[in-house]
Design a binder for this molecule. Structure first.
Ligand SMILES: [Zn+2]
Length: 468
């Protein structure tokens, strides 16, 4: 069948795709700094014959690669940012690769490359005359800081898409049938007055304001709906303790199942910040929303399509004996409790708890929300389907050295190829069945008919890198 030819193209490119994923893994770049990854992907896509635009408004590391013409327009979403301090070798034991270095602990080195492989395979099929429509690969920077897709959406880059396809590395092979958490990233900046520390009475400490704000925020937790979470990081002010610091910032990320819950919690947190400024005689100089995402709206028709394709592909990645040995060595270091919690985080059904690597499809998970968040706002304006594919063993969490170890190894690469084929298979079917595209869009219209979309960044906001 013709879809098989699309999958064969990914097999033919597998060495190239693995090398690309490894190269990005070896050069981990954090949000908005993904110069190497975006250039590499742009180069590969351009050489494959897609029309590439590298550098979108305000984001030099965002890219779009397109091929074909007319409807349907299917977008494939990619990411490539890494995380601070998660450097790790591709070994099953803790071995830092670069002291203090970044690492791909969320597997975005795989996430983007799978999309690149799928887009190229679809392009080839369009060129052969086997498919009609437009395939568009979106290289979305700064997902970890909830920035990329939000700004790309605001600036109209997703306009005229009929469907968006997304996957994320995981320990499971399962479509997203439930939303993830809504999130907001916000920076609170305080301004005080410097003084020599022995004459501290002459100064006003912005660091004190941040500390008191954080204390206040921790008391606030108890009086918010239980599902609301927030996490913060104090940003260094570069001032030694012999001077009263006149500037300090606290960077918050807030999460909740619903945007509405988050908005309420956010207003209360701002009041806490104002109180901290008042107590310390400092000024709350700025409250800047840096990014965020509403809870994702997932399209069940696309989810079904992912399940169908994953099953046709054998139910899971083609893990080798070597992958199993690696996975066993890595997970042997977990306590049973850790392994269980890791399995539950990715909705592994209990009957698979004794497995090390997931080679089956879970067509429906038993939860109301996935405890993750992202810059998922495009799903409020365009039908979006999302799927997890297994790239690390059962028990491994995201944002850990164990995840970094796997995303630079064959386990990760094999999962990535499976994801690439799943995306390409779904894209193929949407391009060959106009009834299916209509079904996807009908479902979208029905699900969103009573929702009002509100973007949480303004028209003049610019993507901003926070200096840690
Ligand atoms: Zn991620």
């Amino acid at each position: 069948m013709l879809k098989q030819k699309v999958w064969s193209n990914i097999d033919e490119n597998s060495q190239m795709l693995k090398k690309m994923a490894r190269d990005i893994w070896e050069n981990p770049e954090v949000s908005l700094e993904e110069v190497f990854a975006s250039k590499l992907q742009a180069k590969v896509l351009e050489e494959a014959g897609l029309k590439v635009s590298l550098g979108l408004k305000g984001m030099p590391t965002a890219l779009i690669a397109e091929y074909g013409e007319g409807k349907p327009v299917i977008g494939i979403l990619g990411e490539y940012d890494a995380l601070e301090s998660l450097s790790q070798d591709s070994a099953p034991d803790r071995k830092v690769r670069v002291e203090g270095g970044h690492g791909h602990g969320c597997g975005h080195n795989l996430l983007g490359v799978a999309g690149v492989g799928a887009a190229i395979a679809i392009k080839e099929a369009i060129e052969r005359g086997e498919l009609k429509g437009t395939v568009r690969y979106y290289g979305c920077p700064a997902e970890e800081e909830l920035i990329g897709k939000l700004f790309m959406l605001r600036d109209g880059y997703f306009d005229n898409c009929d469907a968006l396809l997304y996957w994320h590395p995981s320990s499971n092979n399962t479509p997203w049938r439930v939303p993830c958490l809504a999130a907001t990233s916000v920076l609170f900046s305080f301004r005080g007055l410097t003084a020599h520390a022995p004459q501290a009475h002459m100064g006003r400490s912005a660091l004190d304001a941040v500390e008191l704000m954080n204390v206040g925020a921790n008391y606030l937790r108890e009086h918010l709906p239980r599902e609301v979470m927030f996490h913060y990081s104090i940003l260094g002010n570069g001032i030694a303790p012999n001077t009263v610091p006149d500037r300090c910032q606290s960077w918050y990320m807030m999460r909740a199942p619903k945007r509405t819950q988050l908005d309420e919690a956010f207003q209360r947190l701002v009041e806490v910040a104002k109180g901290a400024a008042m107590m310390t005689g400092t000024m709350l100089e700025n409250v800047e929303v840096l990014g965020g995402g509403n809870e994702v709206i997932v399209n069940q028709t696309i989810a079904d399509l992912f399940v169908k394709n994953m099953n046709e592909l054998g139910g899971g990645p083609a893990f080798t004996e070597e992958d199993y040995a690696f996975a066993e060595k890595l997970t042997d270091q977990f306590t049973p409790e850790q392994k269980l919690r890791g399995a539950q985080a990715f909705q592994i059904p209990p009957e698979y708890y004794d497995k090390v690597l997931m080679d089956k499809v879970v067509s429906k998970t038993n939860c109301d929300v996935f405890p993750v968040s992202g810059d998922a706002d495009p799903s409020w304006l365009f039908p979006l389907g999302a799927v997890y594919c297994a790239t690390w063993p059962i028990g491994v969490f995201t944002h850990t050295w164990q995840a970094t170890a796997c995303t630079g190894s064959n386990i990760g690469f094999n999962g990535m190829l499976f994801a690439s084929k799943t995306l390409a298979g779904a894209c193929y079917e949407l391009m060959t069945d106009s009834g299916l595209v209509e079904k996807v869009k009908d479902e979208f219209r029905e699900t969103t008919k009573n929702l009002n979309y509100k973007m949480n960044i303004g028209a003049d906001a610019v993507p901003k890198k926070v200096k840690l």
